[in-house]
Design a protein around this ligand. Structure first.
Ligand code: C2E
Ligand code: MG
Ligand code: MG
Length: 361
């Protein structure tokens, strides 16, 4: 006796009247799931399918039917992310988080137009000499109300909306420009380098290699001073598409680093195939190096792996003297972390470079 409609594509709606209690509707959802468990035979082929169900109750103050469908839709997406053949009932927390996400998206778009971003730099240090070898460029958002916002808060949204592409190019250009300036003011041998985090979305841009070359030419930074940090998962999902472009860049002297190594899903054979120049040991292994024997075994193994594959190893997130000592005893060549320095704005890094000896190590 209920109304069934096809809204379009693979989306359907069921209108259930006279609902006294929520269980009456969830029961309908369960019946839909039950029925869809059965096999469909189409032209002799057996087809299995399932549905994600979102439920909105008219008990809320709705004024227009579109609002009901919007909320059912939101709940349906929530159901979808929690696995197939599930249902979710819309609630106000869902509304709040959808609104917050929407606000974040709008703000982020505006931030791109107004260029509200800044780059902070964290020193990467030689564990042998204690000298600063270069920096990792880390994005920050100077939000007009919230102040300085960390990328953890907005990078996923930037990825999902594609805004990471213009933002990513900006970070690359800005940090190359800044590094060239430091190289001139503080000449070292080899010259100070810059490590830039590169989203998978950037690597699949058709003109990626050519655009990077342009950035390097315009900023006058030597390709050998640039290191691109990619995560294992970004490489896995875009593997084939970007390999040639990355090879082109490597041929110019740009280096390729695996970020957060040990936390992704890549197999060892990928390490060879992608021919990375360095592995960055994820902070999670470094932080418990002293407390947990397994973690220090993993760190040791990554260092040995790097050495035998001819890749340099950089330890991330060094926070204590004890961690540093352990890493040195394992002959880890390079590290970064709060122990040496937090990420700092360009002015503070300039001061740091004025007195190189100031970093403890
Ligand atoms: P990541 O590339 O692994 O960067 C290292 C993160 O560890 C940074 O966080 C840094 O501040 C933090 N860190 C460094 N040393 C320590 C330490 O000793 N202890 C602790 N607890 N943390 C430490 P941040 O700046 O919040 O960046 C988070 C992530 O956001 C980065 O992880 C990177 O994946 C992403 N990200 C940052 N900037 C960019 C960017 O320009 N583009 C893209 N695509 N992603 C970026
Ligand atoms: Mg990184
Ligand atoms: Mg990392």
């Amino acid at each position: 006796g209920d109304t069934l409609a096809r809204l379009g594509g693979d989306e359907f709606a069921i209108l259930v009247n006279d609902v006294a209690e929520t269980v009456h509707v969830t029961h309908v959802a369960e019946r839909v799931h039950e029925l869809l468990k059965e096999v469909f035979v189409v032209h002799g082929q057996e087809i299995y399918t399932s549905a994600s169900v979102g439920i909105a109750l008219s008990s809320r103050d709705y004024e227009r039917p579109e609002e009901v469908i919007r909320d059912a839709d939101l709940a349906m997406y929530r159901a979808k992310t929690s696995g197939s053949a599930t249902y979710e009932v819309f609630d106000s927390a869902m509304h709040e988080s959808a609104m917050a996400l929407h606000r974040l998206e709008t703000d982020l778009r505006r931030a791109v137009d107004r260029n509200e971003f800044v780059v902070h730099y964290q020193p990467i240090v030689s564990l042998e000499s204690g000298r600063i070898l270069g920096f990792e460029a880390l994005l920050r958002w100077q939000h007009p109300q919230w102040g300085l916002v960390s990328p953890d808060y907005f990078i996923d949204v930037a990825e999902d909306t594609g805004l990471i592409v213009p933002i990513g190019w900006w970070v690359l250009r800005e940090s190359c420009r800044q590094t060239k300036l430091w190289q001139e003011l503080f000449p070292t041998d080899p010259a100070l380098s810059i490590s830039v985090n590169i989203s998978g979305k950037l690597t699949v841009q058709p003109e990626m290699a050519a655009m990077m070359r342009t950035v390097l030419e315009e900023t006058q930074l030597a390709p050998t001073s640039l290191k691109l940090e990619v995560t294992e998962s970004a490489m896995l999902s875009h593997a084939g598409d970007c390999l040639t472009a990355l090879r082109d860049l490597q041929a110019m002297g740009v280096q390729l680093h695996v970020d957060d190594f040990g936390t992704g899903y890549s197999s060892l054979s990928y390490l060879q195939r992608f021919a990375y120049d360095s592995l960055k040991i994820d902070r999670s292994f470094v932080s418990s190096i002293d407390a947990q024997r397994e973690d220090s075994a993993i760190v040791k193994a990554i260092i040995a792996l790097g050495r035998s594959l001819g890749m340099k190893v950089i330890a991330e997130g060094v926070e204590t003297a004890a961690q540093l000592k352990t890493l040195q005893s394992m002959q880890c060549p390079e590290a970064q972390g709060f122990w040496f320095s937090k990420p700092l704005d360009h002015a503070a890094i300039g001061e740091l470079l004025q007195n190189q000896g100031a970093l403890r190590h």
